[in-house]
Design a protein around this ligand. Structure first.
Ligand code: 5CA
Length: 437
C-alpha cells in the first residue's frame, strides 16, 4: 500500500475526553472515529489490526474444537423473559420495538439465544461435549462510556458457549478454554493473568478474568508475583495437564477489587512478593451449570430414558478492547510497536524525498515492488514531507520494521531498523529473511 492512497485521517487536535494513551493514539493515527457517545467507526488502519487480532482469537478457538457460527445482533425479548434476565439486565440493555410492536433488543451477550438454538436442535447426550462460538458486535448501554473503545457501548466480542452432561466434564471444557485464552494472549505478546472473579449479571459459581497489567487499567490488581513465572508452554492438551495448569494458577493469590481482602493478601503472600497494580480485563470466562439451561428447559436424553439438564459455561474475549489494551501495553514514550502478529503492515519504506535525494523515491518504489512480489505486506511512505515529520508519524503508526532510504542506504545496502533497536545495513535478501523469520 502507498501511504498517499491510504485513508488515514491523522488528527492533531484531540478531544478533551481522550484521557488515556490508547484512546489518544487511536485518534491521532486515524484508527477510529467516534460516531456517537461510546460508538465508533473503525477506519482502515484500526480495522486491519482488529481483524488480525480476531484471526488469532479464531485460530485458538478452532484448535480446541470450538465451532464457529454467527448469531444476529438483534434478539427477541421472549427468550430473555424465559431466563428471567429481561428485567434483571436493567438499563444496560438497549430495548427496541419493531413495527409490529414486538419487543426486541440489541444483544449484550448470547447465553439465552445459544441455549435456545441448542435445545431446539440437540436431543441426545451423544452430541456432547459441544463448544460453539461467534465473533459479533454487542451493545451495552454503559452509564459512563470512556477511554475510547476500551469501555464503549458497541463493541466486538468473541463469545463461546460450552455444553456438557455433568459438572466434571463441564470443568474440562472450562479448562480447555482457559488454555486457549493463555495461548491467544501469548500470541498477541501480552502477559495476561487469570484471576478468580465475580460473576456479575452472567452468573455462576466459577469464573476467571484475564487481566493485562497496564497503568491505565480500570481494575486494581493484587497478586503474588510468582504467578508471572508460570509457563503455559509446560502444559499440554490432556485432561490431567489442563487440570494441573488451572491448579497451578489457582495456587497463587491474584485477584481484582471485588475479591480482594487485605487480611488474606497479607497472610498468603510474602511482603516481597506482593504486587499491587492496575490492569485491563481482556477476557472473562464463566461456569454457571444450569443457570440458563434449567429455566429454558434445555434437556438431552441420557441412557435408560433419563433426561438431563445440560451444564453450560460461557467465555468472552473483548476483541475490540484488545486493540486498546495492546497499545496500553506496548506504547512507551510516544513510540508504538505493534506485535508482529497483528501489525498493520510487516514493514514500512521511508524515503527521504527532497531535492538532494531525487532518486530515493524511485529506489523505494523498486524495493516496494520486490517485497510485494514476495508477499510481504509493505507500506511505502510516498508522502511529500520532511523526514523528521515522517519519523514522528511512524513512531505512532508502530509498524515494527522500517527501511530508511536516505543518505545511508547506498548501493545494495539498505538502512534497516526494527523499532526499539539499532539500525543495521542489510541487503534486500537479508531484509526478507528477517521479516519472514
Ligand atoms: N457472556 C459472557 C462471556 S461470553 C460475557 O459477556 N462476559 S463479559 O461481560 O465479561 O464480557 C466479555 C469481554 O468483553 C470482557 O472481558 C471485555 O474484554 C469485553 N467487554 C465487556 N464490556 C465491554 C465494553 N463496554 N467495551 C469494550 N469491551 C467490553
Amino acid at each position: 500500500m502507498q501511504l498517499s492512497k491510504l485513508f488515514l485521517p491523522l488528527t492533531k487536535d484531540l478531544p478533551v475526553d481522550a484521557k488515556i494513551k490508547s484512546h489518544q493514539l487511536m485518534l491521532r493515527t486515524g484508527m477510529i472515529k467516534q460516531s456517537a457517545a461510546g460508538i465508533y467507526s473503525w477506519l482502515p488502519l484500526g480495522f486491519k489490526i482488529m481483524k488480525k487480532i480476531e484471526s488469532i482469537v479464531r485460530e485458538e478457538q478452532d484448535k480446541i474444537g470450538a465451532q464457529e457460527m454467527l448469531m444476529p445482533t438483534i434478539q427477541s425479548a421472549d427468550i430473555w423473559k424465559e431466563s428471567g434476565r429481561y428485567n434483571d439486565y436493567g438499563e444496560e440493555m438497549l430495548r427496541i420495538k419493531d413495527r409490529q410492536g414486538r419487543e426486541m433488543l440489541y444483544g449484550p451477550t448470547n447465553e439465552e439465544l445459544i441455549t435456545e438454538i441448542f435445545r431446539s436442535s440437540i436431543k441426545s447426550y451423544k452430541s456432547l461435549p459441544l463448544m460453539l462460538y461467534h465473533i459479533q458486535w454487542k451493545f451495552r448501554d454503559e452509564t459512563r462510556p470512556r477511554f475510547g473503545i476500551m469501555r464503549c457501548r458497541e463493541f466486538y466480542m468473541k463469545d463461546a458457549y460450552s455444553f456438557d452432561i455433568d459438572d466434571e466434564r463441564a470443568k474440562q471444557s472450562y479448562n480447555k478454554m482457559f488454555y486457549a485464552y493463555l495461548k491467544t494472549f501469548k500470541r498477541l505478546e501480552l502477559q495476561a493473568i487469570p484471576m478468580a472473579a465475580d460473576t456479575g449479571p452472567i452468573g455462576g459459581s466459577l469464573s476467571h478474568e484475564f487481566i493485562i497489567l497496564a497503568d491505565n487499567g480500570e481494575s486494581n490488581v493484587y497478586a503474588d508475583k510468582n504467578i508471572f513465572d508460570i509457563k503455559t508452554s509446560s502444559y499440554n492438551f490432556t485432561t490431567d495437564s489442563l487440570e494441573k495448569m488451572r491448579n497451578d494458577f489457582s495456587s497463587f493469590y491474584a485477584v481484582t477489587d471485588e475479591k480482594f481482602s487485605k487480611d488474606n493478601f497479607e497472610k498468603k503472600v510474602k511482603k516481597e512478593n506482593q504486587i499491587i497494580t492496575k490492569g485491563i480485563e481482556v477476557g472473562h470466562i464463566f461456569y454457571f451449570g444450569e443457570k440458563y439451561s434449567k429455566p429454558l428447559n434445555c434437556l438431552v436424553d441420557h441412557q435408560e430414558g433419563k433426561k438431563i439438564t445440560v451444564k453450560m459455561g460461557s467465555y468472552g474475549i473483548g476483541v475490540s478492547r484488545l486493540v486498546g489494551a495492546i497499545i496500553e501495553a506496548k506504547l512507551s514514550n510516544d513510540v508504538m510497536k505493534w506485535p508482529k502478529s497483528v501489525a498493520p503492515y510487516d514493514l514500512v519504506i521511508i524515503p527521504s524525498i527532497n531535492k538532494n535525494n531525487i532518486d530515493s523515491l524511485e529506489k523505494s518504489n523498486k524495493i516496494y515492488k520486490e517485497l510485494k512480489e514476495d508477499n510481504i505486506d509493505v507500506l511505502l511512505d510516498d508522502v511529500d514531507e520532511n523526514i523528521s515529520a515522517k519519523f514522528k508519524k511512524h513512531n505512532l503508526l508502530g509498524i515494527p520494521y522500517q527501511i530508511i532510504i536516505g543518505s545511508k542506504s547506498e548501493g545494495d545496502k539498505l538502512e534497516f531498523k526494527e523499532v526499539g533497536k539499532d539500525a543495521e545495513m542489510l541487503d534486500l535478501k537479508e531484509v526478507k529473511y528477517k521479516i519472514k523469520k
